[in-house]
Design a binder for this molecule. Structure first.
Ligand SMILES: C[S@@+](CC[C@H](N)C(=O)[O-])C[C@H]1O[C@@H](n2cnc3c(N)ncnc32)[C@H](O)[C@@H]1O
Length: 194
């Protein structure tokens, strides 16, 4: 689903992608296989990033890795695509959702798109012992005023343990809202954990 929505948004090998809370997910592997040269995986957990880097071996050098708390991160550059699978739904505090929106706004380029997947309306009420907020398509879209919904999808996700989870996905673009000014910074060296 992540790849499908990024493809629908026109992601190409030259596009920059931030996988926000990417953890040890294999999206980065797939993006590198597609020849993407500007992929950043950001996650709070150094252990999750290390697992992904171990899995990729030398190919990990082709991606950027950031061990950071998304909610306090001050991006130094902008990305063409923001991808978040299963992170936003952990933000049960409205103040944290505000922080997330501010970081998204700072990190996304003026013509950027955000692909966000959360638990659906009848998805799990918690995950890994943490409470979640469940969203239908409209409710999720309403979390991002200033963005236009380009695509909304429901997914029945088969978990590794054989269960089913409903996910709601949206692909958003800026609805003409001017992004806050941010000085451009050079892309960091691929492969670095910074
Ligand atoms: C359910 S996992 C999803 C991982 C991956 N996106 C996937 O689809 O498999 C949630 C991830 O979000 C990360 N995370 C949670 N809060 C975060 C925060 N404030 N900043 C950065 N990463 C965070 C966790 O460490 C974890 O890797």
């Amino acid at each position: 689903m992540s790849l499908r929505l990024l493809d629908s948004g026109g992601a190409r090998p030259g596009s920059s992608v931030l996988d926000a809370g990417g953890g040890a997910a294999t999206l980065v592997d797939e993006l590198l296989v597609r020849g993407m040269t500007d992929v950043t995986v950001l996650d709070l957990s150094e252990a999750a990033l290390a697992a992904a880097r171990r899995r990729l071996g030398e190919r990990a050098m082709a991606a950027h890795w950031m061990a950071r708390d998304l909610l306090t991160w001050a991006p130094l550059r902008r990305y063409d695509f923001w991808h978040d699978r299963a992170v936003f739904h952990f933000l049960t505090d409205p103040a944290d959702r505000d922080r997330y929106r501010r970081v998204l706004d700072a990190a996304l380029g003026p013509r950027g798109q955000a692909v966000i997947g959360t638990f659906g309306e009848d998805g799990p009420e918690s995950c890994s012992g943490l409470p979640t907020v469940r969203y239908g398509g409209q409710a999720l879209a309403e979390q991002f005023p200033g963005f236009r919904v380009e695509q909304a999808e429901l997914e029945q996700h088969r978990t590794p343990s054989g269960g089913w989870q409903t996910f709601t996905w949206v692909r958003l673009s800026r609805a003409g809202a001017a992004a806050t000014a941010l000085a451009p910074a050079p892309a960091p060296r691929p492969g670095s954990l910074y």
